[in-house]
Design a protein around this ligand. Sequence first.
Ligand code: ATP
Ligand code: MG
Length: 317
Amino acid sequence: MNYTLIHKNIPVADLTLDEATGSIQRIDALLHGEHLPVGVSVRHGAADRAALNDWWEDRSIPASRSGVREALETLGVASSKLLLTRCYGLSLSDHYWIKPANSELTWHDVNFFENPFSEDVGDALFGIPPKKEGFDFSSPDNTTDGFLKKRWKILDGKCYLIKAGSPPFLQQPFNEVIASKVAGWLGIPHIPYTLLWDDGVPYSVCEDFVTPDTELIPAWRVMQIQKKENQTSVYQHYRNCCEALGVPNVAHALDQMIVLDYLIANEDRHLNNFGLLRNPDTQEWLGPAPIYDSGSSLGYDKVTAQIRSGRNITCKP
Ligand SMILES: Nc1ncnc2c1ncn2[C@@H]1O[C@H](COP(=O)(O)OP(=O)(O)OP(=O)(O)O)[C@@H](O)[C@H]1O
Ligand SMILES: [Mg+2]
């Protein structure tokens, strides 16, 4: 299967994808190396295929996602990587996509910022039996990562991410709301979350903070642009990478996030749970993304006695 990887409107590379696994088998031509995903390097005119494959795989729903195995079984799809090709690899968090060879499609025709998407994959992920006919795979749910059950929905013309909690307490949706309120009181740039009850189950709801003119680049990708020396802390390495890219205002935002995470005892601020915003057309760095995904905090999976004792609760900035 031949495709062109495209960054919004700029063709980046011609690719051959393995039909059985959905992996990038070959990079047939590098067209605009400067638009490769951040952290994918070019050596002697050739892009690092392994690094591009890592990026591609990270784009799919992780195997650890709550309910994904059942959903894939229902859909008759062997792995979540194979879902990527069914929606042109499109996302609501950045502007990369793949165009089948010989297709005349443009970004304008397909992107989910300007075009509606199907509810079918979201329904499957939420355990709703699939339609018998006309199942439509075009959905940003195929390209959204994270452990918790989630789906995108269009409400009043805007895109929202609806996210569940994990058993037994289903507490993350409440914590997202509390964490965003705390961030607000402290004047820390953040994504507001609200609570939604559906059939007795709580969900958090937040609006897409990415727009046709911005995209999210997670810290994990930023940190691939140079090698971390053993003696350099992760904190310093991230700052060094941001400095090398010329991103403004990172240190203050990073420190604000660490303070917030300390106050709410966030146990899950891993390197895909914060990042930077960039203009996809000019590739200009706009600065740190507002804080999102703070729900695995406030003793979300602990009983009260454990929270009181304070033992085995490690905030993980
Ligand atoms: N409001 C938003 N706008 C755009 N993209 C978002 C938004 N919220 C989340 N995302 C993207 O969706 C991904 C998954 O969301 P999120 O991190 O909230 O899920 P999670 O299941 O809690 O993740 P984790 O596995 O880290 O617990 C994020 O890593 C980010 O790329
Ligand atoms: Mg996350």
